[in-house]
Write a protein that binds this ligand. Structure first.
Ligand code: ABU
Length: 548
């Protein structure tokens, strides 16, 4: 933010509205990064905050001007960071080891003091917090399923922070509660749940959304669980694929079901649950006297990006009267694309769905939803009727006090940024964005198929944006013993990744999976990424790995 555009400029050392100004290089606030462009070295007029404290800001009596100037400087820091984020030549990160951060870096001290520090120091701290962090919106950041930096989404998050309210009742969040209802309805329609009333809740991440679904699935079959606990239940089990997200096991532990009672169903080579194996596992469990209650299918596995055959799984659930959950945290975004939504065919038969708009839809973290087909279940499962919040004699329809559907009390407003982005893009805009990610995945897959020294983990066109591959340094080709070769290959991805992070050039994740040694998992969810960034990644892996 250039104050001159906003009429805030005064001469150095001159007082304006009681605020002391001084001329100062923008480097004072932005920090002179190695990669800083010329435009960043311009001088700017800034308020001198060296003797100004938080207590001088609003609501202090004359705090208006200081508040304005302080927030403008914070915005200036954020804008600088946003510009750098989209500059592919800037580093993704300036990596430091934990002990370095703990010891303090160049005036960036994380320790907290008893006495207040001046706002000048706080601005430096804001800048340094970003400087030593990771630019997850950088076009070459491929490390996580959630990436990118959507400007409208950021604006939505700023507004949300400023509103600083809580989702438990209509009386304190009227607009956000209605927005949530509208979005739940929209997402129900997109799933194909037709005219049913829209139930669900935005929650703090995919794992918690999955937790809601298992909680409600168990409650539906055994409503007595709410008051009597696990002791009155038979020995219950649920089914997931061996490629499913680890949160299901964690949930089983949290809900007192036990991780041993999560039965992992075999997958095919591509990472999809095999329906015949599911059926076999259910029958086997019943024969052993266990009580199956739920199948959690996955639409877009975390590593392979695989879609379980939802229609077949729905048939089996129907036949055995099991709750069908679909964890579409990652792949749910494809529902927005007319071209790719067929991959989730059968999701309309699910009883519950997890969908994370903070992944493929690019909504700033966090934004996750669990959608429940049957209206009212969430509420009866979780309702505790706290009298100080959910008074029955309010002057409006208390159906809008949705807070008792949750397992939380306070709940962050995650809805506004999604609503605002939907307004800005329209449904069509999300579709275009997601189709582009799929094109990039296809581009990478086709290159890797032809490229020497790269090997695909499974040779099939990407169904989602995941592309899994090994880089094989030339030295490994001469190792004839397969076991020895695999042992060596296991070390390659971590070594390349370490060099990437230290150089700050790009970031991609790796993992072993089943019997496969460490391989790279490329994913596309960042609207800033272009084909040239994909080319860069491949060249960078070769550059760093060829001598290993
Ligand atoms: N909950 C899955 C996120 C994993 C990832 O970003 O790689």
């Amino acid at each position: 933010m250039d104050f001159r555009e906003h009429g805030f400029v005064s001469q150095p050392g001159v007082e304006l509205h009681g605020v002391q100004r001084r001329k100062k290089s923008i480097c004072d606030v932005q920090g002179c990064e190695e990669d800083m462009g010329k435009e960043d070295n311009i001088e700017s007029f800034m308020t001198d905050f060296s003797n100004v404290y938080a207590s001088d800001l609003l609501p202090s009596k004359h705090g208006g001007e200081f508040t304005e100037q302080f927030l403008l400087e914070v915005v200036d820091i954020l804008l600088h960071y946003i510009r750098k984020t989209f500059d592919e030549k800037s580093k993704i990160l300036d990596f430091h080891y934990p002990h370095q951060l703990l010891e303090g870096l160049d005036g960036f001290n994380l320790e907290l003091s008893d006495q207040p520090e001046p706002l000048e120091q706080l601005l430096v701290d804001c800048r340094d917090t970003l400087k030593y962090g990771v630019k997850t919106g950088h076009p070459r950041f491929f490390n996580q399923l959630s990436s990118g930096l959507d400007i409208i989404g950021v604006a939505g998050e700023w507004l949300t922070a400023t509103a600083n309210t809580n989702m438990f009742t209509y009386e304190i969040s009227p607009v956000f509660i209605v927005m949530e209802m509208i979005l739940l309805k929209k997402m129900h329609e997109i799933i194909g749940w037709g005219e049913t009333e829209a139930d669900g809740i935005f929650s703090p991440g995919g794992s918690i959304s999955n937790l809601y679904s298992i909680l409600v699935a168990r409650y539906k079959k055994f409503p007595e669980i709410k008051t009597k606990g696990m002791a009155v239940l038979p020995h219950i089990v649920l089914f997931v694929s061996e490629h499913s997200h680890y949160s299901i096991k964690k949930i089983a532990a949290v809900l007192g079901i036990g991780t041993d009672n999560v039965i992992e169903v075999k997958c095919d080579e591509r990472g999809k649950m095999i329906p015949l194996e599911l059926e076999k596992n259910i029958l086997q469990a019943k024969k052993m006297g266990l009580t199956p209650f739920c199948v959690s299918a996955t639409a877009g596995t975390t590593v392979y990006g695989a879609f379980d055959p939802l229609d077949n799984i729905a048939d089996i659930c129907e036949q055995h009267n099991l709750w069908m959950h679909v964890d579409a945290a990652w792949g749910g975004g494809l529902l927005m694309s007319k071209k790719h939504s067929y991959k989730l065919h059968g999701i309309e038969r699910a009883d519950s769905v997890t969908w994370n708009p903070h992944k493929l839809m690019g909504v700033p973290l966090q934004c996750s939803v669990v959608l429940i087909r049957e209206m009212g279940l969430l509420k009866s499962c979780n309702q505790m009727c706290a009298e100080y919040l959910f008074q029955p004699d309010k002057h409006y329809d208390i159906g809008y006090d949705t807070g008792d559907k949750t397992i939380q009390c306070g709940r962050h407003v995650d809805i506004f940024k999604l609503w605002l982005m939907w307004k800005a893009k329209g449904t069509y805009g999300f579709e275009v964005q997601i189709n582009k990610f799929m094109e990039l995945a296809d581009y990478l897959y086709k290159i890797l198929k032809k490229k020497e020294n790269f090997e695909l983990v499974f040779d099939a066109e990407p169904e989602l944006t995941n592309v899994c591959f090994w880089y094989i340094p030339p030295r490994l080709k001469s190792i004839s013993n397969e076991y020895e070769r695999q042992q060596e290959l296991q070390k390659i991805a971590p070594k390349i990744k370490a060099m990437m992070i230290e150089g700050g050039t790009t970031m991609i994740s790796y993992q072993p999976h089943g019997d496969k040694v460490n391989f790279f998992r490329m994913v596309f969810s960042n609207p800033a990424t272009k084909q040239s960034d994909v080319d860069f990644l491949i060249d960078e892996i070769e550059r760093l790995g060829k001598a290993l």
